[in-house]
Design a binder for this molecule. Structure first.
Ligand code: HXC
Length: 514
């Protein structure tokens, strides 16, 4: 056969495989408002940058008449490409081929591209749209999942791992996304659950829709399994692209710097935080006074809203923000917000991203629910994450910093590099009201006018302790600063921390309060 004919043969073979599961299955996919796997990859990556591998991989199963079935590409597409020039390894499950179910060869394709990402030290993106373990392949599919989970864990903290849920992701399959750094979901399209509605009905006799059980909103607002919620696949891909601009390709590098920009003038940092410490405000307004172009890329925006986390840039460099949110529950730390903060701190630490912590909280949330939900164990994660982090760690106390909350939010005592406080900061064991009621209880009770005495004692306590100067006098706070000085000082702190060295004792690993 001449080379020309061989080329024609190759083209025909390619064409066949590119049809995926065929016209009908594609029509069904489109009717569900979903793109095909290949369209997804092409839309997400830079134009003409995608190169596909293992196009001709086929399954080898004989049971259940599987030998009569051709599954193009074995239901998954793998390859490499770029996003804004950054090299990316990617896979996308093709639901049109046997429901994107995962058999042995399907899993081998995924692990191959994961291994490639690790060798090349570049981010890996996995697009999940699958009926789970391919039932006909039995234990081979389970083996496949196990090998993916093993690689997810090995790659954790070495290369960024991004999961996109664009269809069902059921059973044990959900654990690969759960082991990765960022999970993207799309309204009405994403479904994640361990046991589906059918099983729940059989075992528990409860009826629930797939959407209410594990839809995009459930995982964005209730479970915290998802980090980014979008209304459409296009919006989701735009967010992934934006995320890629903020993070480095691997743990040996820093995120690519951008051209520095001033914050927008409409954000006035002196006018955001109310003097009355009981009045709320949106801490994101403070962030926008600090970041280049007032841009802030928020993560887990809809879950545990009492803490705000995300990326911004200062002087062109990526910075992670961890900030109490006085708008929600006065910004307390509780079970969920502790988990949210701790995981993000560890992400930033693993990927050389300095952390700026903005503090305004009355402490850990009291109550039986929280105690029984494990606020001790979960709250400890914040202490652990800040204490073990060796990247530059800078704190600005905006207003309240009480009790355990003060210590936990990257205090000097957890080895913060710089601690600044605004003049309205109140750093004390607890709020003035609570403190006065406890330490002056006898005087208040025995006074002729207990209420007057209580107010007087609260005032006394406030004057003595609810300010930044006691902590500043001990060197726990490095500088008491005007709000308008904040960006300049952060910029300087990040600049002088560039060569920071903080070596911890050699150990296999610590035992964080998981
Ligand atoms: C083999 C599967 C499959 C699977 C779907 N298909 N899931 N084939 N193994 N797990 C096939 C269907 O037979 C069908 O093939 C095609 O994919 C499309 O599926 P439909 O059911 O027609 O699609 P839809 O109505 O949209 O329903 C999607 C679905 C449903 C909700 C995902 O297919 C479903 O419930 N699948 C099973 C989910 C599941 O229980 N998986 C196992 C989880 S346990 P044809 O040829 O008819 O087009 C698990 C263990 C992993 O994953 C443990 C790891 C540790």
């Amino acid at each position: 056969m001449s080379l020309k004919r061989k080329i024609l043969e190759l083209q025909k073979k390619r064409e066949k495989v590119l049809q995926g599961g065929g016209e009908k299955a594609i029509e069904k996919q489109v009717a569900m408002g979903k793109m095909t796997a290949r369209e997804r990859i092409i839309t997400l990556l830079d134009e003409n940058s995608f190169h596909e591998y293992d196009l001709f991989v086929e399954h080898e199963t004989r049971d259940f008449d599987m030998d009569k079935k051709v599954l193009h590409g074995d239901g998954v597409i793998i390859g490499t490409g770029t996003i804004y020039g950054a090299p990316i390894c990617i896979y996308a499950q093709d639901f049109t081929v046997a429901g994107g179910s995962l058999g042995l060869m399907h899993a081998r394709k995924i692990t191959k591209i994961m291994d490639h990402a690790m060798k090349m030290r570049v981010p890996i993106i996995g697009i999940n749209d699958s009926g789970g373990a391919r039932i006909q392949e039995g234990v081979n599919s389970l083996a496949g999942y196990g090998e993916i989970f093993y690689r997810n864990t090995t790659a954790s903290g070495v290369i960024p791992q991004i999961s996109v849920i664009l269809g069902p992701c059921a059973g044990g399959a959900v654990y690969s996304p759960a082991l990765t750094d960022f999970v993207f979901v799309v309204d009405k399209i994403s479904k994640m659950f361990i046991t589906g509605p059918e099983v729940i009905k059989t075992v528990l006799g409860e009826e629930i829709s797939m959407e209410d059980l594990g839809g995009a909103r459930v995982h964005s607002e209730i479970t915290g399994n998802a980090h980014f919620f979008s209304e459409s696949e296009i919006e989701c891909f735009d967010k992934i692209k934006e995320l890629i601009t903020y993070i480095p390709w691997n743990n040996g590098q820093k995120a690519r710097p951008f051209e520095p920009k001033d914050p927008k003038e409409e954000f006035k940092i002196d006018e955001i935080v109310p003097g009355n410490s009981k009045e709320p405000y949106d801490v994101r307004d403070v962030i926008r006074c600090i970041t280049d172009g007032s841009e802030f890329f928020e993560i887990q925006e809809l879950w545990a809203k009492n803490i705000v986390i995300g990326f911004g840039r200062i002087n062109g460099e990526t910075v992670g923000f961890v900030c109490n949110q006085p708008l929600v529950l006065a910004g307390v730390l509780d079970v969920d917000s502790s988990d949210k903060a701790a995981r993000f701190i560890r992400y930033c630490d693993a990927f050389n991203i300095p952390i700026v912590t903005l503090v305004d909280l009355p402490g850990y949330l009291p109550g039986v629910d929280q105690e029984h939900a494990g606020v001790i164990r979960h709250g400890a994660k914040v202490l652990y994450a800040y204490s073990e982090a060796t990247i530059p760690k800078i704190t600005v106390i905006l207003r309240k910093a009480y009790g355990g909350g003060y210590i936990a939010m990257n205090s000097r005592h957890l080895n913060a590099d710089f601690v600044f406080a605004w003049p309205g900061a109140e750093i004390a064991v607890m709020g003035p009201e609570g403190a006065a009621n406890i330490i002056f209880r006898k005087e208040i009770m025995s006074a002729k006018d207990p209420e007057k005495m209580r107010k007087q004692k609260v005032k006394e306590y406030k004057q003595k302790f609810a300010n930044p100067y006691v902590a500043a006098a001990k060197g726990y706070v490095d500088s008491v600063i005007e709000p308008r000085e904040t960006r300049k000082l952060l910029l300087h702190a990040i600049e002088v921390s560039k060569n920071k060295v903080d070596r911890k004792p050699i150990k296999k690993h610590g035992i964080p309060p998981f």
